[in-house]
Design a protein around this ligand. Structure first.
Ligand code: SF4
Length: 479
C-alpha cells in the first residue's frame, strides 16, 4: 500500500521559504517517494523546481538557492493517477491572465473526467491526465472573474472526491480541505510565520506549534508577510469522511490528527485487538515497522490481564533495501520479504508466536513471514491484524491494489488463514476502529473494508447520501 502524496505551504516574514519547505518535505517523505517539488514566489515572480525521486535526490544547494521568496508550497508524490514521470510531478504550476498559480494535491477526485471534458470544450489544453491539473485549470478560469475566496468556492462546488490542497496564487499561500475531510491537513505557527501541512510531524520538524486541523470544507489563507492567516468555512456538510487508514497505517506515528497522537491510537487499537481476539502465546512480535505500536498495545493489555506473554522483536529489518524490490512483479515481491526481514532464531525457536501487523493486502508478505518464522523454528504462528479485512480498492488517493489482487475481496477469514498458513488469524472489528478513533462510522471513510464509499464512485455502492456536482451547469459560489 502506498500513500499518494504529502503537501505543504509556508509564508514567512523575512526569510526564504525554500529551506523550510525542503525540510517539511523530508518530514512527509513517507507519503510519497516518486517525485518532489517546490514552488516559491518572491513578490514579483514564481520559481519552481520539481523532479522524480526522493526529496534528497531532487534538490541540491543550487536548486534551493534559486527558489527565492518567503512564500511557497511543496509536494511529495506517489503516482496513482496521472502517470509516472517528471511531467506529473507537483506542485503543478500555471501562468494565466491574472497571475500565477501553483497547486499541490493529496487525494483523488472521482469526477475528473467530467470536469476535464467541460474545460476542454471551453478550449483548455491539458498536459497530463491527472486530476490536479484539472483543479488548477478550473481555479485559473474562476480567478478571471472572481476574487480568490469565491474562485476557490466555485471550484469546490464542481469537483467531487478527496482533496487536501496547498495552493499559491501569486504570493498568497492557501490550504483547502475537501468538504468531508478525507485526507488530513493541519495548520501550524512558526517563530516567523505560518505553515499548512498534511501532517503535524512537518510542523514539528520546523520547531513550530500545531494550531489545529484545517476543518473539512475550510479554506485557510496565509498572509504573505507571515503575520497571520484568515479562514473561510466555504462548504459545510453534516458528516465527515476521514480516511481511517491514516490512523492505522499511512500517517507518521508522531503526527497528531483530529487531536489524537497517531501512535496512541495505534496502541489503543492493539489493546482492542487483544480484547477481541487475544491468544496466549510465548511471544508477541510486530512486523517491523508497521505492526510495532499495535503489538506494544496488544502486549501491554495482555500483561494487564495476567497473560504470560513476552513482547519481543523477532524480525530484524534491513533498512538499506531500496524501493526497487517493493513494486514490480509478484516474484520480486516475494524475494523482497527475504531481503527486508531476517528472523532472530533465539526468540522464535521452539516457541509459539503471535505476529502482529496493521493489514493484509495481497497476502504475499504474510505468507512469506509465516514461512520465515516456521523455518526459524516457531511451533505455532498466530496472526493478529490491527484493521478489518481489506475487501475493496481505494479510489481516494491510496495505491492499494485492484479488487482481484486483494486477498480478502472474495475469501473468508478462515480461507485467508489457510492461504497464508497461520495457526489462527483474527482481524480487528470495524466497531473497535470507530471506538478507538472516537467517531461514528458515518464520519469515517471505511470504503476499503466495507465496499461502500462516502463519495459517488461509478460502479460502487455508497454508504450515505452523497450527490456529485452536475457538470455543465454554471458553477455557483453560493451553492
Ligand atoms: S477507501 Fe480505505 S484507504 Fe481509501 S480513503 Fe477510504 S478508508 Fe482510506
Amino acid at each position: 500500500m502506498h500513500e499518494k502524496c504529502g503537501v505543504v505551504g509556508i509564508s514567512l516574514s523575512d526569510r526564504g521559504a525554500a529551506r523550510p519547505l525542503y525540510y517539511s518535505l523530508y518530514a512527509l517523505q513517507h507519503r510519497g517517494q516518486e517525485a518532489a517539488g517546490i514552488v516559491t514566489h518572491d513578490g514579483f515572480q514564481q520559481h519552481d523546481h520539481v523532479g522524480t525521486g526522493m526529496v534528497g535526490d531532487v534538490f541540491d544547494q543550487e536548486d534551493l538557492d534559486q527558489l527565492n521568496g518567503p512564500n511557497g508550497i511543496g509536494h511529495v508524490r506517489y503516482p496513482t493517477q496521472g502517470g509516472l514521470g517528471a511531467c506529473c510531478a507537483q506542485p503543478f504550476s500555471v501562468s494565466f491572465k491574472s497571475g500565477s498559480l501553483g497547486l499541490s494535491h493529496n487525494g483523488n477526485l472521482v469526477n475528473t473526467d467530467e470536469v476535464r471534458q467541460e474545460l476542454a470544450d471551453l478550449g483548455h489544453a491539458f498536459t497530463s491526465n491527472g486530476d490536479t491539473e484539472v483543479i488548477a485549470h478550473d481555479l485559473a478560469r474562476n480567478l478571471l472573474e472572481e476574487d480568490l475566496v469565491r474562485a476557490v468556492k466555485s471550484t469546490m462546488s464542481r469537483i467531487h472526491g478527496s482533496y487536501s490542497l496547498t495552493i499559491m496564487h501569486d504570493e498568497t499561500v492557501l490550504g483547502v480541505r475537501d468538504p468531508q475531510g478525507n485526507r488530513p491537513l493541519c495548520i501550524g505557527e512558526l517563530e516567523d510565520g505560518y505553515v499548512i501541512a498534511s501532517e503535524s510531524a512537518a510542523i514539528d520538524t520546523l520547531d513550530g506549534e500545531l494550531i489545529r486541523d484545517v476543518k473539512p470544507g475550510e479554506l485557510v489563507v496565509l498572509k504573505p508577510d507571515g503575520s497571520g492567516y484568515d479562514t473561510y468555512q466555504l462548504v459545510e456538510r453534516e458528516n465527515t469522511a476521514h480516511c481511517f487508514f491514516e490512523h492505522v497505517y499511512f500517517a507518521r506515528p508522531d503526527s497528531v490528527i483530529n487531536d489524537e497522537l497517531v501512535y496512541e491510537v495505534r496502541r489503543n487499537l492493539g489493546e482492542a485487538l487483544w480484547n477481541e481476539s487475544g491468544v496466549e502465546t510465548d511471544v508477541v512480535m510486530p512486523v517491523p515497522d508497521s505492526g510495532r505500536s499495535f503489538a506494544s498495545g496488544y502486549a501491554e493489555a495482555a500483561a494487564e490481564d495476567g497473560a504470560d506473554v513476552e513482547f519481543a522483536e523477532g524480525l530484524m529489518k534491513n533498512r538499506y533495501v531500496g524501493r526497487t524490490f517493493i513494486m514490480p512483479t509478484q516474484d520480486e515481491r516475494e524475494r523482497a520479504v527475504r531481503l527486508k526481514l531476517n528472523p532472530i532464531k533465539s526468540t522464535i525457536e521452539g516457541r509459539s508466536v503471535t505476529l502482529i501487523d496493521d493489514s493484509i493486502v495481497r497476502g504475499t508478505t504474510s505468507t512469506q513471514l509465516i514461512e520465515l518464522l516456521r523455518d526459524a523454528g516457531a511451533e505455532e504462528v498466530h496472526v493478529r491484524i490491527g484493521a478489518p479485512p481489506i475487501v475493496a480498492p481505494c479510489y481516494l488517493g491510496i495505491d492499494m491494489a485492484t479488487r482481484e489482487e486483494l486477498i480478502a475481496s472474495d475469501r473468508s477469514v478462515e480461507d485467508i488463514r489457510d492461504h497464508v498458513g497461520a495457526d489462527s488469524l483474527s482481524y480487528l472489528s470495524i466497531g473497535a476502529i470507530t471506538e478507538a478513533l472516537g467517531k461514528d462510522d458515518t464520519d469515517l471513510c471505511l470504503g476499503c473494508v466495507t465496499g461502500k464509499y462516502p463519495y459517488d464512485i461509478e460502479g460502487e455502492e455508497r454508504d450515505r447520501d452523497v450527490t456529485r456536482p452536475t457538470i455543465g451547469s454554471p458553477a455557483s459560489a453560493d451553492d
